[in-house]
Design a protein around this ligand. Structure first.
Ligand code: SAM
Length: 451
């Protein structure tokens, strides 16, 4: 990733230089952008650059944190950069609301680098116990200066001092949706939807869970070895698919990359030949090299294919299809915190149009008696039940309730603990904060005869 960050690197200060000889390090307001940058630790510099790119829609936080921007960092600095990037994105809405109350004019429009320096400073002061306040404060001031906003350094300094000395906000006993959405860094319009779909208590838990990393593996008896490290909800979908057709011979994972669920299917279906396809050439290549490194390389064929138009040699049909469609990802905000800032309400219908086409294409390849699992990591009904209802209406396919399959996962010991209420209206429905994993939705569809 060679992307240049406007504000820092294109001022020719990508490589920090030592402070100019003869001038005291505390040269304060007279520091040049170069000298200011030299006073910022590599982790904060990398975090600032990555957050700038994410804010400009020029990359995804996870990819940027694994790009050349963090190449030279020590392990400790890499951890700090990751904590800063993920934390600021998770808490941005709450931090901005707090900062706004401390501005001289609350309607004041801040230049993006200034807003970012303030967010980073406020995040460290409010959420990172082990960061000394003076480091959070002074490096935010220098980042602001290094980004070409020297006139704003006094204001950044004054506001962060107020943040440091003010009391931390705490949850109130009676909180409106607007209040807890803001306190927990979520857009209100999105939380309103979750309150409508799942109730206030669940919506609050989802928001709380989105602010933390989810531990993986606590739901399952077997972890490690060939089982890929993945979110429990994601794995539960793959385990459910395998349980839907035990002993399947022909399996198609039609939106398969990066291949986490493919690996589970391949391990659980020892007799199956598996087609793992994806529309993205790059992601398919990455999945293929992942499969080659595994013990199931022989039985998994990876190739590029648009599942909405699945032209296959010999008019192949499958007895198990996993249709893990692309979606808004609102069930994964803990891992993908910026989704909440980019998403617009109209996005759900755009996603659902695409999902319907993919589901129709996939169903056209289902053999008689075969089963298809449709899944998303979205919490939004438009991408879940409404897609399935629309595609299945008058189609001759029927939905199979997942209760029995979930019980079989418990009985066979694949799932080790209590699953709680993961079944809702005959579908698998995990919710962050309620089920200890990301939010996944899955339904099972069966073709009982000729269509
Ligand atoms: C949710 S991800 C799949 C995750 C994967 N099943 C796993 O567990 O690792 C959705 C995938 O669908 C792919 N995709 C999007 N549109 C597609 C289409 N029309 N046909 C096939 N794949 C598509 C995307 O490239 C993306 O890799």
């Amino acid at each position: 990733m060679k992307e240049q960050v406007k504000g820092i690197r294109d001022k020719g200060v990508g490589k920090p230089k030592p402070p100019v000889r003869g001038r005291p390090a505390s040269a304060g307001p007279t520091l040049s952008a170069e000298e200011a940058l030299a006073k910022v630790t590599p982790a904060r510099r990398a975090a600032f650059e990555i957050l700038t790119l994410v804010g400009q829609n020029k990359g995804h936080s996870d990819e940027l944190l694994h790009s050349a921007l963090t190449d030279g960092l020590s392990g400790e600095d890499r951890n700090l950069a990751t904590a800063l990037v993920m934390g600021v994105l998770r808490w941005q809405i709450a931090l901005d609301a707090r900062i706004k109350t401390l501005l001289q004019r609350p309607d004041q429009k801040l230049a993006e680098p200034v807003a970012l320096a303030l967010r980073m400073g406020a995040f460290q002061l409010l959420h990172m116990d082990r960061i000394p306040a003076h480091a959070a404060l002074s490096e935010s001031v220098e980042l602001c200066r290094a980004a070409g906003e020297p006139h704003a350094t006094g204001m950044v300094n004054a506001i962060l001092r107020k943040v440091a000395s003010a009391q931390k906000p705490s949850a109130r006993i009676f909180e409106s949706t607007a209040a807890f959405a803001e306190r927990l860094g979520h857009p209100k319009w999105l939380v309103d939807r979750w309150v409508a779909a799942y109730g206030r208590e669940a919506a609050l838990k989802i928001c709380e869970a989105d602010q933390l990393e989810h531990p993986a593996g606590s739901m399952f008896a077997q972890v490690g070895g060939e089982i890929p490290l993945m979110d429990d909800g994601s794995r539960l979908v793959a385990e459910l698919a395998a349980a839907a057709v035990p002993g399947a011979k022909r399996v198609w994972d039609c939106c398969a990359a990066p291949g986490g669920k493919t690996l589970i299917l391949a391990l659980r279906e020892p007799e199956a030949e598996i087609f793992a396809t994806d529309v993205s050439t790059k992601r398919t290549a990455q999945m293929q090299s992942r499969m080659k490194r595994s013990s199931v390389a022989e039985k998994v064929k990876c190739f590029v294919l648009d599942a909405a138009v699945p032209v296959l040699k010999n008019d192949e049909k499958f007895d198990l299809i996993l249709c893990d469609v692309p979606c808004s990802g609102t069930g994964t905000l803990a891992e993908n915190p910026e989704i909440r800032h980019r998403l617009k309400p109209e996005e759900f219908l755009r996603q659902s149009d695409r999902q319907k086409l993919i589901l129709k294409g996939a169903l056209s390849r289902l053999a008689e008696g075969g089963r298809l699992v449709y899944s998303t990591c979205s919490l939004e009904p438009e991408e879940n039940e409404r897609v399935v209802e629309a595609v299945l209406a008058d189609s001759g396919f029927r939905r199979v309730a997942v209760e029995g399959l979930v019980s079989s996962l418990l009985d066979s010991g694949v799932v080790s603990g209590e699953l709680g209420s993961v079944v809702r209206d005959g579908a698998l429905r995990t919710l962050p904060g309620v089920h200890g994993c990301d939010g996944f939705y899955a339904v099972v569809v069966e073709r009982s005869g000729a269509i």
